[in-house]
Design a binder for this molecule. Structure first.
Ligand code: NFS
Length: 672
């Protein structure tokens, strides 16, 4: 057997089966021609562990790992499976799930903390590189953190100095990670019935760090042995992510770097340019990538690139850092999570600059075959291989650090080999749909509400709202579910809000353009998009920006006519190709905020059916939202649309949907 293996060698991925994207297929073929292994090939050769997939392997103590697979015949009668300590399959699966929530919430929230610390430096004027860019947003956010924006002087109400507000906002924000008492201040931004539900169920997060620490404690050997109680803490920690760390990250980033508004760009590997210095930023925290953007736009730096024989500098991005600089500067996406190795295999990537999260260790091995410099920048995220450079990023010297990195990339341009192949595929895209810019486009500054959106949902032109997010997963065909699901939804008049790698996939497919509405949408949504001039798929940013979706949904509730809570809305969410622990934390806070949420691929709960049922049935009775699992993207769309239709019926607007053409009297009757 082993002999046969060594003769045959490892299996290679079939490019057409691995991805729907032609650029990706071309680069997988090239990787095979060059003998370079990528994630697509590794997925062929390493199968996932069957017990891990079920979520029922416990390795939280040294008496294990205790493995509790589901018997092939299923469970008849009492489930007697248990680990050495007696932990049941439900306890084990819930503990594992909880640790995923903890890791995901930690990743988002530590990102938020880093931004908050840079924000404090900027507010205190300890750094030249970062400044308060969006004063309007600072004034809008301040009251949510209990910071006054006006002051009474001699009986007169005056605006407080912006610097004063900034320092206080920074201090209040940082306190959210570790304050000794009280609850997270942003929770009150949720619709009141939702806040009351959290309060009644005892899941209001106290501070961000504490809820994550408590998960680690509760899931230690011999602590919490009631899966319902463990899930309660999952809700609390995940809310500290969505309505805490992530929301703070979004707000503070907007204040520092600008609140996004519609901006056009391009997406896919074809954005790289053969005759330019190609720098790719990859990771998550925009504190670094913002500085790289600034440096690459400096005239003397462009001149320096020209002095080395390049025509200029092409900056592009991968993963969520790409989403950050796309939504604020129109910097193009080079690709999604699964394309990171392929960007180097073009032979044209002069430097890939990474910070934290979703970065493959194998980048270093791929880079060894080319001239590409891999530069790590974050003290908590280094790569062991000797061809990786570490330039530690310090916010106090941010521009200097960024300049050092960019110059290194420029110097590396002359080391480029002759074997360059950039796939000639890219699509136009429009992004930058923050809560504020949607308000402007759909509601108008005059009305200052989401009234137009609600009106179009009530009259049935828009059937409902879908939030799509999440990663790629090498166990499924790259981008296939993202795109099939998205097209099916807009065909059925469901408007899509997207973030993360789903947003990049949609950009690569050309779905982020207003023109795509006429091609892909049902008549109702197409009409709205054409009238307002928006794409049917609104790119709302990175994964921490799912907080924008929470606030947009809250704005819809507040605009009236569609219920009083998020769970009343004709809305549903899906992460069709998820892979990261962050996705599990997001899923848990979205469900706990009242939204029906479908996950693709698989959920590590199948080995514990009772626990799985709790997530997919019982949670709805508590929070109004529930988990669901479905691998087929068409069925995902059907489930989401069925949920949307159910909510329309409950709201009494299902009839108006059948009557798409409304006369003036109908319209007036709907307006409250
Ligand atoms: Ni979200 Fe962003 Fe992409 Fe997944 Fe990774 S980049 S934070 S985790 S893979 S969507």
């Amino acid at each position: 057997m082993s002999e046969e293996k060594s003769v045959k060698g490892p299996k290679l991925a079939d490019p057409v089966k691995a991805s729907i994207d032609v650029a990706t297929q071309e680069m997988i073929r090239r990787s095979h021609d060059l003998g370079i292994e990528t994630v697509f090939d590794r997925a062929e050769n390493m199968k996932p562990c069957n017990i891990g997939v079920q979520g029922t392997c416990c390795k939280n103590c040294a008496m294990g790992p205790c493995r509790l697979p589901l018997p092939k015949a299923g469970i008849e009668g009492e489930d007697t499976r248990k680990g050495l300590c007696g932990a049941t399959a439900n306890t084990i699966a819930a503990r594992n799930f909880a640790r995923m929530v903890a890791a995901g919430a930690a990743a988002h929230s530590d990102h938020g903390r880093c931004v908050a610390e840079v924000f404090l430096s900027a507010a205190r004027k300890e750094t030249e590189a970062y400044k308060i860019k969006d004063e309007i947003k600072l004034r809008a956010v301040a009251p949510h953190l209990g910071v006054e924006t006006t002051v009474e002087i001699d009986g007169e109400i005056k605006d407080r100095e912006i610097d004063e507000i900034a320092v206080e906002v920074a201090e209040k924000a940082i306190a959210e990670w570790g304050k000794p008492d009280g609850e997270l201040l942003y929770l009150k931004r949720a619709p009141e019935p939702l806040y009351e539900k959290w309060k009644k169920n005892g899941v209001l997060p106290r501070n961000i760090d504490r809820e994550i620490v408590e998960i680690m404690h509760r899931t230690h050997m011999g602590v919490d042995q009631d899966y319902k109680n463990i899930i309660k803490q999952c809700t609390r920690a995940s809310l500290a992510d969505g309505w805490g760390g992530s929301m703070l990250a979004t707000d503070l980033q907007d204040i520092l770097f600008g609140t996004p508004s519609p901006i056009s760009s391009e997406a896919n590997l074809g954005v790289m340019k053969k005759d330019h210095v190609n720098i790719i930023v990859h990771g998550h925290e925009p504190v670094l990538s913002e500085m790289i953007v600034a440096v690459t736009q400096k005239a003397e730096i462009i001149e320096y690139a020209k002095s080395k024989g390049a025509k200029g500098i092409q900056l592009s991005g991968i993963c969520c850092t790409a989403n950050e600089i796309f939504q604020r500067h129109g910097i193009p996406h080079a690709g999604t999570f699964l394309q990171q190795e392929l960007a180097i295999i073009t032979g044209a990537c002069d430097a890939m600059v990474v910070d934290v999260q979703c970065v493959f260790q194998n980048l270093a091995n791929v880079a060894k075959c080319f001239h590409t410099k891999i530069v790590t920048t974050h003290p908590i995220a280094k790569i062991e291989q000797d061809n990786v450079l570490h330039v530690e990023f310090d916010e106090h010297y941010a521009l200097e650090d960024a300049e050092k990195i960019v110059k290194m990339a420029i110097d590396n341009f002359t080391n480029r080999g002759t074997d360059v192949m950039i796939p000639q595929h890219k699509s136009a895209s429009v992004g930058g749909f923050s809560v504020e810019s949607i308000l402007y486009h759909l509601g108008g500054t005059f009305r200052g509400s989401y009234y137009t959106l609600n009106d179009n949902i009530i009259n049935g032109r828009i059937r409902g709202i879908a939030a799509l997010a999440g990663c790629n997963n090498a166990r499924t065909k790259h981008n296939d579910s993202h795109i099939t699901l998205c097209k099916e939804l807009i065909k059925n008049d469901v408007i899509v809000l997207t973030t993360g790698c789903n947003g990049i996939a949609c950009a690569m497919e050309g779905l982020l353009t207003p023109e795509s509405a006429a091609v892909h949408c049902g008549p109702g949504l197409a009409e709205v998009c054409e009238t307002v001039g928006i794409p049917p798929v609104l790119h709302m940013g990175s994964c921490v920006d799912i907080s924008r979706i929470l606030l947009a949904a809250t704005a819809v509730v507040n605009a009236g006519g569609l219920g009083k809570d998020l769970c009343d809305l004709p809305a549903a969410a899906c992460a069709p190709e998820w892979m990261s622990e962050k996705a599990i934390s997001i899923g848990q806070y979205v469900v706990s905020s009242g939204i029906y949420t479908v996950f693709g691929v698989t959920l590590p709960t199948s080995g514990a059916p009772v626990f799985h049922d709790y997530l997919s049935k019982d949670m709805e009775k508590i929070y109004g939202g529930r988990w669901d699992i479905e691998a087929d993207p068409i069925k995902q769309a059907e489930l989401m649309i069925a949920h949307i239709d159910k909510k329309r019926k409950e709201l009494g607007i299902d009839k108006t949907r059948e009557r798409v053409l409304m006369d003036m009297a109908d319209r007036q009757a709907l307006e409250m």
